[in-house]
Structures are given as C-alpha cells and as structure tokens.
Ligand binder design. Structure first.
Ligand SMILES: [Zn+2]
Length: 318
C-alpha cells in the first residue's frame, strides 16, 4: 500500500469530508461529519475532532489542508463564508494553536483546481482554470503549476466575472455576474422567466418550484425550454470564459461542480462557441480546451491534501 502523505478536508454547506491522501493523489481513507449550521464554536470543534480521528487512523500527525467555501485570506481567516454562516473566523490561526503540525486553509474551488491539476483532468498542464457550477459558481486558477491566491487570498472568484453590467442580480450583491446566469440557481431563475409567458409549453410548468437539477432532467427528456435555458447559460458562460482566457491564456479550462456533468451536453458547445468568438485574435490562435473535471466531489479533499503536503515540504526546506 502507498504511504499516506497528507490529510485533506473539504468544508461544505452540508457536510465536512476528510481523506487521507497519498503523494499521487489517491485517497486511502475517508471520514465525514455533518456541518454544524451557523455555529462557529461547534464548527471548530467538529473540525478538530475530525482531524484527531483521521490522524489516529493514519498513525501520524500528517499535514492538514482545508478547503472551505468563501473568501479565505492567505493566513487562513474565513473572512466571509455565507454557505457555512461564518464571518471573520480565524480558522487557520485557531487550528495551528490547538493541534500539532501543519495546517493550511484556502478557498474550496481553489484547492479543487489544484487537485484536478495534480491528479485529475489537468495533469501535465501547467496553466489551468477550474470553474465549478453548483448552487453558486466557484473558481480556481493554476498558473505555471502554482495555485494563484492573489495578494490577500481572494483570487479566482470566477463566479463574479461580470458579463452584463446592470444585469441579473447576483447573491453577492452585484448585478450581471456569471453566477447569476449559469449556476444551478440561475438555471432555475432563467427557466422561471421563460414560463412567465402563458403560451410557453414546458414540463417545468408542472413543477411547483423549479430547481437547476429539474432543468437538466427536463432537458434530458427533450424539453425545449429546458434546453434553451442551458444553451443560454452556456452562451453567458462563454462570455465570462473569453475574458478569463484573454487575461490568463490557460491551456485548459475545466468545468466541475455538481451541475456541470448534467448540464454539459447542452451547455458545453454554446460556451465554447461564445468563448472562441470573443478571444482577441481569434483567427490567429488556438482556443484552450474546455472539458469536464474528473475528480467530482473528491477534488476538494485531494487538492487540500496536495496544498498541505507541498506547504509542509516548503517550510521544511525540502
Ligand atoms: Zn456576484
């Protein structure tokens, strides 16, 4: 059996997932707990208990990497984590004082991008972007093989690239962000807009409250409105991706997150077409590949473990 290298923890709105990961990105052991709602003291104690248990199973005080949804500073303070209900939680500092060994904390989509680049769909690519489509939209950037954190840690918030100034309201408080056009919640909102016209025929009309997953399910059944919604979301996504490519010139862009796989048959091609059309010098260059991520829900724990292991080796000067 391969040697455990680091522990990755992914803190989501509903559950905390932990894994012992080897240096090739293979998961050796897993554990999980429900995420305590809106209670920072319980959240910290559940994280610490989970680290203690999984380290016992590993038989070593392995470095720990944590990915958490929200704005996370380079020091590991969760400045703003709406899904988990925390503000200004100095998680990195608390854990470094309470438990032994290395602890690093970063944004969940950023560590997922690192996971895909080290052990998933982005292997052998040094320049990569991951965009995660779920209830919201997250993003992570790898440039020249390194995770881009930015000056404060907030880089890679691809969900809030603005594609239409003054456009649809985004949960972040701004308008026209791509999250308001292509997230799971946005698919539902786009569908509801089309159903305002009483002459529109769609099976979505029979559902009391339309959700993003119902839109993709209806598209699978050939529902014309659902397909149009996914194509529209793909169009807007391509507009956002064109700006990303014009700024960063990645080799590959990966779509991950819960909604990506189901939406891809209708969303991917319109996104690619709309992206390519907007690239500077489109006739004189190759567009980057646009593909699905492959690690699924494991991208976060795998990437967090890589971040921790690499950070620990850097600090130890190896
Ligand atoms: Zn926004």
């Amino acid at each position: 059996m391969s040697e455990p290298s680091a522990i990755g923890i992914d803190i989501g709105g509903t559950q905390l997932r932990a894994a012992i990961v080897d240096d090739g990105g293979t998961i050796l052991e897993r554990d999980r707990r429900p995420t305590p709602a809106d209670d920072r003291a319980s959240l910290v104690s559940v994280i610490e208990e989970l680290i203690t248990r999984i380290r016992e199973r590993a038989g070593a005080a392995l470095p720990v990497g944590i990915g958490i949804a929200g704005l996370v500073t380079r020091e590991g303070t969760v400045r703003y984590g709406p899904n988990i209900g925390v503000r200004n939680l100095t998680l990195g500092k608390i854990l470094r004082s309470d438990i032994d060994g290395h602890v690093v904390v970063a944004n969940d989509a950023s560590v997922a991008a690192l996971g895909e680049q080290r052990a998933g769909a982005g292997q052998d690519r040094r320049d990569l972007a991951l965009i995660t489509l779920g209830t919201g939209i997250g993003g992570g950037l790898i440039v020249d093989g390194r995770l881009v954190t930015g000056a404060t840690g907030f880089a890679g918030e691809l969900g809030h690239v603005i594609v239409d100034e003054g456009g649809r309201p985004c949960p972040c408080g701004n308008r026209g962000c791509i999250e308001a056009y292509a997230s799971g919640s946005a698919l539902a909102a786009l569908a509801r807009d089309r159903l305002v016209d009483p002459s529109v025929v769609s099976r979505l009309r029979d559902l009391e409250q339309v959700s993003g997953s119902q839109v993709t399910a209806a598209a699978e059944d050939g529902d014309r409105i659902a397909i149009e919604v996914l194509e529209e979301a793909g169009h807007w996504l391509g507009v956002a991706l064109a700006s990303l490519v014009n700024v960063l010139d990645p080799q590959i862009i990966l779509l991950g997150g819960g909604a990506a796989q189901a939406a891809a048959p209708w969303l991917l091609e319109p996104a690619r077409a709309s992206m390519v059309e907007r690239l500077v010098g489109a006739d004189w260059r190759e567009a980057p590949e646009l593909a699905l991520a492959v690690l699924g829900d494991d991208a976060g724990v795998v990437g967090a473990a890589f971040l921790a292991g690499e950070h620990a080796r850097t600090v130890q000067g190896r």
